[in-house]
Write a protein that binds this ligand. Structure first.
Ligand code: DUC
Ligand code: ZN
Ligand code: ZN
Length: 473
């Protein structure tokens, strides 16, 4: 090879696993991309021996919240720096958080503001979803189509939360724009009126502890909204993605729709595999610690966890995301707003999980819950396709970005917040032992994590990724 063709990096003896294939080879990287997959490659400027490790494409976290503007004095603990630092330490090299429109505000303003928050801070590459909270005629006819053309091809809509929720009619209008412009709508499916009725009842009875959050949002509330969203998608004749599916009842609706040939895609998250309602507080518990696990939809029970694992293996879900929503526990801008311990309906929703997402799912491989190929498909390949980033992201192939994570499939790690790299003061997964850990992480050929140690790359090295057309297979 002529000198100017020297490889920047050669990863030797890699056991490469993609969504569909597994093969042994050396990986040659030049200018941030995979230049060659082969044997006995010439010496690179940097050499890494991957003997005994698995080489997987970097994870794509298609649902996380970083530095999202919050109302009422609340603040997310992670910005683009700490959030993406944690991501890469957990084997995720691409994140897609949300630029959220405020009611009465413009989408473009939200996007501009969000770019300012990411620039100079992100360590990993990033795209943006939009949150459409106020679909005025101008937003629907002008802003949204223009933004889709410029690489924001997915947007989330909410069926609950007062400051975000859309009416049924507004949902239909947004879906129509997605259909006309080839975009993907992500749906938060919970019935707002049922939640507020149940909440008022519980509060009226003095049942205010964090664990009552689960009773205000039972599975039926999610099931009904899931079915309604499916109906909207059918009427408009457009695919949708139901996000953060928590258990059996919503899964049944999705399976029913998929069985009828509707293009209903689904996402689930670690909290629905590892947490239960008891983590928000046991019956009779009036403590506040359960606030750490308050998220929506809420964690259910062990049977629902088992149903989610089965549905992951059975192909119901396309993607597995963190829904990382980083609020400190001991913080007046976090889970104890204004320094108070309020009734459950005033606890900011969400759990952190951007770093633990992949190890928690990977652990299921050793336990026979899913295959390595399914793991790669759910965490990297499918989200890359869905969010218009494939084949640059989501696989190990010549021409792809050299986002490569070397996993030690046998390494046992007990999760401890003290070892994590987010800025949140707790993890809901404290003490859980997993088998398999991402030990080395490369983004565009640059080693960011070595042997589990974060190498402190330049903040701001992460690049914005304009999304292409969603591939909804
Ligand atoms: N629910 C959401 O819809 N988003 C962030 C976190 C959560 O619990
Ligand atoms: Zn949501
Ligand atoms: Zn979310």
């Amino acid at each position: 090879m002529p000198a100017h063709d020297t490889l920047d990096l050669v990863i030797r003896n890699a056991d490469v696993v993609t969504a569909s294939d597994r093969f042994q080879c050396d990986i040659g990287v030049r200018d941030g991309r995979i230049a060659v997959l082969g044997h006995d490659l010439p010496r690179g400027a940097r050499e890494v021996d991957a003997t005994g490790l698995l080489a997987l494409p970097g994870g794509v976290d298609g649902h996380c919240h970083l530095d999202q503007p919050m109302p009422d004095g609340l603040r997310m603990a992670d910005d683009f720096f700490t959030g993406t630092r944690a991501a890469v330490c957990g084997g995720t090299t691409t994140v897609i958080p949300f630029a959220a429109q405020e009611k009465g505000g413009s989408l473009q303003a939200a996007v501009d503001d969000y770019h300012r928050r990411a620039e100079g801070r992100a360590v990993a590459d990033y795209g943006f979803h939009l949150i459409v909270a106020d679909p005025t005629p101008k937003v629907l006819r002008e802003e949204l189509p223009a933004l889709i053309r410029r690489g924001y091809t997915s947007f989330k809509v909410y069926m609950t939360y007062d400051d975000l929720k859309l009416s049924d009619r507004e949902m239909l209008s947004v879906l129509e724009v997605a259909k006309e412009n080839g975009a993907l709508v992500m749906v938060h499916a919970e019935n707002a009126d049922c939640i507020s009725w149940l909440t008022d009842k519980l509060i009226g009875e003095g049942r205010i502890a964090p664990r009552f959050h689960g009773l205000a949002r039972p599975a039926a509330v999610e099931r009904e909204a899931t079915h309604r969203a499916i109906t909207f998608a059918e009427l408009v004749d457009v695919p949708i993605l139901i996000v953060h599916v928590s258990g059996q009842e919503a899964i049944e609706q999705i399976r029913w729709a998929q069985g009828r040939g509707l293009r209903i895609l689904a996402e689930t998250c670690p909290q629905y595999l590892y947490l239960t309602a008891d983590d928000m507080g046991l019956s009779g518990d009036h403590g506040y610690e359960g606030a750490k696990c308050v998220c929506s939809p809420p964690p259910r029970d062990f049977e629902n966890q088992a149903a989610v694992w089965r549905a992951l293996a059975g192909g119901v879900f396309s993607v597995f995301s963190s829904d990382h929503a980083p609020f400190n526990y001991d913080d007046p801008a976090g889970k104890q707003p204004g320094g108070e311990r309020p009734s459950f309906d005033h606890i900011p929703n969400g759990v952190p999980g951007i770093e633990t997402r992949l190890p928690l799912l990977f652990d299921g491989i050793a336990r026979g819950k899913l295959t390595l190929h399914q793991f790669v498909a759910l965490t990297s390949y499918r989200p890359a396709r869905l969010y218009g980033l494939y084949p640059r992201k989501g696989t190990i192939a010549v021409g792809a970005d050299a986002d490569i994570v070397l996993w030690d499939p046998a390494r046992k790690v007990r999760i401890a917040n003290a070892e994590l790299h987010h800025a949140v003061d707790y993890t809901p997964y404290e003490g859980i032992e997993v088998t398999g850990w991402p030990v080395h992480c490369f983004s565009r050929g640059e080693m960011l994590v070595e042997g589990g140690r974060y190498l402190e790359p330049l903040a701001g090295r992460g690049r914005f990724l304009a999304a292409g057309v969603p591939v909804m297979d």
